[in-house]
Design a protein around this ligand. Structure first.
Ligand code: GDP
Length: 484
């Protein structure tokens, strides 16, 4: 098939290919074309790229805004909204969390015409290519708020604390914010421990005051996008950008996250050696938390899920096939490549043994592969994140995907690949195999694990999975929200 290297206009042309091999090569590695972005999204992205270039690091506008931040003042009162406003996104926790946080921050930046700058902590600058042509999205080291990576729920400049202390006050939609001077920046705390006050961020009144603050610093480890769909002021624009709401991360992820050349080498070599020749590629993500022992029940959950759903062939009883049914000639035998990702090697080892020691009922040849087994989750170790990123990406290149519920690692893979996964739910009691062992997810979107439980219009607690039709509860995390 002819490969559309620009993904339906999602990517701007003209970036030097040597600086980022994956940017234009990745389309060749995907068998399915992926969903088409709306023409409105495409034109909005081009305009946003122009904003990033006009206001980003290295420009006079950036130096000026940085000076203002250093001086502790917001833009001069009465001049209205400044041309260049900024959103700094803090990068912390696992790679899946960091990718979802950056994608969320990007969408918020697009909706509010802010320049997105990502905190370079945890290799964010090394794992990915620059997404915006002709400028950088990496926050420069001379950022005036030197302790921003320590901002927490306690920070006095958090939006919630400033509302509580009446430094800022949420304004009714349509009203002009009070003449009182606004602070030079606000910190948006949307970590998993965010309080109800922090989550007033998802209300229109709070957005009206934040709109006029030049610098925002955001901390989240979640995919907050379903929360943005609850803000009425954003709904019309979101509807135009994403006529298919279940594709938001699919588009944002493919737009923003291009593996850097080193990581792309790992991906391309592994793909070519183990996945390219197979008729079908099956991805299985086995997320093992903490020091959980190898679990025969989880192994059984994986195999029954994959076999019941027709993703992997069943096996003949030991000793078969009988001598009377010769196996098909190798040239006509269909092949499947199974890509297992896990911190442990045990599940892969068992699966591989099963498909070697016994024949499949369909006669298919099944090869089982796992790129690495890092044993436990490291923090801040470079080669560890490089492998994690390569494996997330390789999972996204498969044709069908089985994931472990609750895991942002799997969410990123499914979104990039445009795959609605079969999700293995965590059993309540680890010693029994859940029945059914897995279920088809409602969409390929990530789940938002820390949503608000408040309806801003009626100013009281509410089921936020019932406010707008596109935002519903997740199957794997019952209190979570996702786009469908
Ligand atoms: P989550 O914790 O499952 O939501 O996913 P995250 O990606 O945010 O954090 C888990 C981290 O553990 C990853 O970033 C990796 O560093 C590591 N990890 C977990 N599973 C795997 C795996 O299958 N392969 C590799 N290479 N690393 C993994």
């Amino acid at each position: 098939p002819a490969h559309d290297r620009l993904l339906g206009g999602l990517l701007a042309d003209g970036v030097d290919e040597r600086s980022c091999h994956s940017r234009y090569q990745s389309a060749m590695y995907r068998r399915r074309a992926g969903r088409q972005p709306s023409p409105y999204l495409v034109s909005k992205l081009r305009r946003h790229e122009a904003l990033q270039r006009r206001c980003g690091p290295g420009t006079a506008a950036y130096s000026h805004a940085q000076e203002q931040l250093r001086s502790g003042k917001n833009h001069a009162a009465g001049t209205g909204s400044p041309e260049c406003k900024y959103l700094v996104s803090i990068s912390y926790r696992g790679l899946g969390n960091r990718i979802l946080a950056a994608a969320s921050a990007f969408l918020y930046a697009v909706l509010t015409d802010r320049v997105l700058l990502v905190d370079p902590s945890n290799e964010m600058g090394e794992l990915f290519c620059e997404p915006f042509p002709g400028t950088t999205w990496v926050l420069p080291p001379d950022f005036p708020l030197t302790s921003y990576t320590n901002f927490s729920i306690e920070t006095a400049e958090s939006h919630a604390n400033m509302v509580k202390n009446k430094v800022i006050s949420p304004v009714d939609v349509g009203a002009v914010s009070s003449a009182r001077e606004l602070p030079a920046f606000a910190y948006i705390h949307l970590d998993h421990d965010a309080t109800g006050e922090d989550k007033q961020f998802y209300c229109d009144e709070d957005q009206s005051v934040l709109r006029d603050i030049r610098w925002l610093v955001m901390r989240t480890d979640s995919y907050i996008v379903p929360g943005l769909f609850l803000v009425m002021a954003f709904q019309e624009e979101l509807g135009m950008l994403f006529p298919e709401p279940d594709t938001v991360f699919h588009h944002l992820g493919r737009y923003l996250f291009h593996p850097s050349n080193h990581v792309w080498g790992l991906i391309a070599r592994y793909h070519d050696a183990y996945l390219a020749a197979a008729d079908q590629r099956v991805g299985i993500q086995v997320r093992v938390f903490g020091s959980a022992p190898n679990s025969p029940e989880l192994l059984e959950q994986i195999t029954t899920c994959a076999q019941k759903e027709g993703l992997l062939p069943e096996l003949l009883a030991e000793g078969l096939p009988a001598a009377t049914t010769p196996p098909p000639a190798p040239s006509r035998r269909r092949s499947k490549a199974v890509l297992v990702t896990s911190l442990k090697a045990w599940y892969y080892d068992k699966l591989k043994g099963m498909y070697w020691e016994r024949a499949t009922v369909t006669g298919e040849a099944v090869g089982v592969h796992q790129p690495s087994h890092e044993e436990y989750q490291h923090f801040g170790a470079r080669s560890h994140d490089t492998k994690a990123w390569a494996e997330i990406y390789l999972l996204s290149l498969t044709d069908v995907l089985v994931t472990s519920g609750f895991s942002t690692f799997g969410y990123v893979a499914q979104g990039l690949g445009g795959l609605t996964p079969w999700v293995m739910f965590k059993p309540d009691n680890g010693s029994v195999v859940p029945n059914p062992p897995c279920g088809r997810d409602v969409s390929m979107e990530p789940c938002f694990h820390a949503p608000p439980f408040y309806d801003c219009r009626i100013k009281q607690g509410a089921d936020t999975g019932k406010i707008v039709p596109q935002v519903q509860h997740c199957k794997d995390v019952s209190w979570g929200l996702k786009l469908v």
